[in-house]
Design a protein around this ligand. Structure first.
Ligand code: AMP
Ligand code: DBH
Length: 557
């Protein structure tokens, strides 16, 4: 059983292999590669538990064996939602070993998002954290877990993962099948080996797209393309086995997973320290305790870090003494903030402009200060191709702003099972339109100037405007609605909903309704404004550009 997806044209695929970009190794090789020289080295530190490479490998072997016993065949899919933890990586590698392609939902995704992923994938396996289930149960009515409880697990299996520190002096990962009381204690002592990886040119797992067309979309990533993106990222970021990386943004995010992220750090034989959140309070203590030397942040988190240090001066910089480099990406970093990083935090900055669909741009550590503070980096691979096109589809002159299109050895060729979205997102030559407006310097670096996709980038968390609008339109009192970005000094952007109200519905009713639909909290509009009419373009579509301008005028008044 293989998962259908849009492959690269044969000729190009052969070329990527010939040039060594694709090396036909499964992603599990990232850990296997450390089992000789680095087997006893610490791969992960999580809540004061540390796991060697050997341990991570043994635990994922055992979990893979456990999953195989349930009879879930290779080529199936899984829906996973786990917090930043060692268990996340154990599960990630176990599923690869089983040949089961996972979607790793973010921890703050709620039932609306989870159901949308499940509908597209029809997963044979759900993996959830008991911690999450408990948290959510308190706040929310319809969680995935409750859905499972209601509808049962006739057509799927469900595994609950609860992290525990130690039992009788042993490090154990505590897992429980949903339909049984048996608790699996995976302690890394059994020797079973499941080796059912999908072929390297097939889907290894799915990444999540920020989306702009109404339905959350899934990005098939193959072993070959993802592994290349990880290896090349490790080279560009000059990773070595000395790297101690703090994973403070959500672990499944493409940034923290592969740019070079935890997988890049494992590839280099370094150590990943997991943090539950990116706040200065949490992270500064972990940095000091574990001598962290690298991390990745979105711009709003960087703001908080800079403010925390500026407020408290020396005692904070002392906590950050080991930190050598901060990568910043996910949304546009202002030059003013970029310029503060080395002075205030005492470390190097690397800008990262990436996308779960593929292309990743980095500033290089050896670049001059201007490139590091004013650009979002250059494509990391010599084989990345980019086009910057004007509205008529013609290449812009060098240095002018246009829409970014790209293809290459690690940029996908089609969303999963989404022919209509794909016909819009790709051109005839297989270039993907990222929806970003960029300009390119003479030195080949990109500067992100804006966006032409219907999305709000709320401090790195992407909101698909259409998805939220469609939900609001389910309220019979709302006759039309437009969700647009409004500038925000901390998050970069927040969301503002303009609503035409047929009756006397209140903003709080709209928010409550969205929460009841199980929408992730970051998608609930930050501001709701009721209006009589919405501005229209010449062809009669809602004029979002005019609405954004109107919003920014209102904010400055
Ligand atoms: P996603 O498709 O959800 O993975 O989000 C990728 C998008 O995030 C890109 O297409 C950009 O719009 C945005 N993005 C990522 N990194 C940066 C950055 N450094 N500067 C500006 N925008 C960014
Ligand atoms: O925002 C992103 O999606 C992103 C940012 C930085 C990304 O996918 C990446 C690096 O790989």
């Amino acid at each position: 059983m293989t998962i259908k997806f849009t492959q690269w044209p044969e000729q190009l695929a052969a070329d990527y292999v010939k040039k060594g970009y694709w090396n036909h190794q499964p992603l599990t090789h990232i850990i296997d590669g450390q089992l000789t020289d680095n087997r006893h080295k610490t791969a992960i530190i999580c809540n004061n538990r540390s796991f060697s490479y050997q341990k991570i490998n043994a635990l994922s072997d055992q979990l893979a064996a456990e999953i195989a016993v349930k009879g879930i065949p290779a080529g199936s899919t899984a829906l996973v939602q786990l917090p930043n933890s060692a268990e996340f990586y154990v599960v990630y590698f176990a599923l690869l070993k089983c040949g089961i392609a996972a979607v790793n939902a973010l921890f703050n995704h709620s039932s609306h998002e989870l159901n949308a992923f499940a509908k597209q994938l029809n997963p044979a396996l759900y993996i959830l954290s008991t911690e999450h289930a408990l948290l959510e149960n308190k706040k929310q009515q319809s969680t995935l877990l409750e859905n499972l409880a209601q509808h049962g697990t006739d057509n799927c299996e469900a595994l609950l993962v609860s992290p525990i520190s130690t039992v009788n002096g042993n490090e154990l990962v505590d897992m429980q099948w949903f339909d049984e009381q048996a608790v699996l204690l995976l302690n890394g002592t059994r020797e079973e080996k499941i080796n059912r990886q999908t072929a390297a040119d097939q889907v290894a797992f799915f990444q999540l797209s920020g989306g702009s067309t109404g339905t959350p979309k899934l990005i098939p990533r193959t072993h070959n393309d993802y592994y290349y993106s990880i290896r090349q990222s490790a080279v560009v970021c000059e990773l070595s086995s000395d790297c101690i990386y703090l994973c403070a943004l959500p672990a499944p995010h493409n940034f923290t997973l592969s740019s070079p992220g935890a997988l890049g750090v494992f590839f280099a034989g370094g150590t990943v320290v997991t943090a539950p959140d990116p706040s200065p309070t949490t992270c500064f203590a972990l940095i000091k305790q574990h001598k962290v030397n690298m991390t990745s942040l979105v711009p709003p988190a960087l703001h908080l870090w800079i403010n925390a240090v500026s407020d408290a001066q020396n005692c904070k910089t002392e906590q950050l003494a080991s930190l050598n480099m901060i990568q910043v990406g996910g949304s546009k970093l202002s030059t003013t903030i970029a310029e503060k990083v080395s002075d205030v935090l005492g470390c190097k900055l690397q800008q990262v402009f990436g996308m779960a669909e593929g292309l990743v741009n980095y500033t290089h550590l050896t670049d001059n200060q201007w490139h590091i503070t004013h650009t979002q980096g250059k494509p990391m691979s010599p084989c990345d191709q980019i086009k910057i096109l004007d509205e008529a589809g013609n290449p812009v002159k060098q240095g002018e702003v246009g829409a970014l299109w790209t293809r290459g050895p690690y940029t996908f060729r089609g969303y999963y099972n989404a022919p209509i979205a794909n016909s819009r997102a790709f051109d005839k030559e297989g270039f993907y339109c990222s929806g970003d407006l960029v300009k390119q310097t003479e030195t080949g670096y990109l500067i992100v100037m804006g966006r032409n996709k219907d999305q709000i980038n709320r401090g790195g968390e992407k909101i698909d405007a259409q998805e939220v609008e469609e939900l609001m339109l389910q309220l019979s009192s709302i006759s039309d609605v437009a969700l647009v970005a409004m500038e925000d000094p901390v998050l970069g952007e927040r969301s503002c909903a303009y609503i035409i109200n047929k009756s006397d519905i209140k903003a709080r009713d709209v928010r409550r309704f969205l929460r009841e639909q199980g929408v992730a909290a970051y998608k609930i509009p930050d501001r709701i404004t009721f209006v009589e009419t919405l501005p229209k373009t010449a062809v009669g579509k809602i004029d979002k550009r005019a609405l954004r301008e109107f919003t920014s005028l209102q904010l400055t008044e």
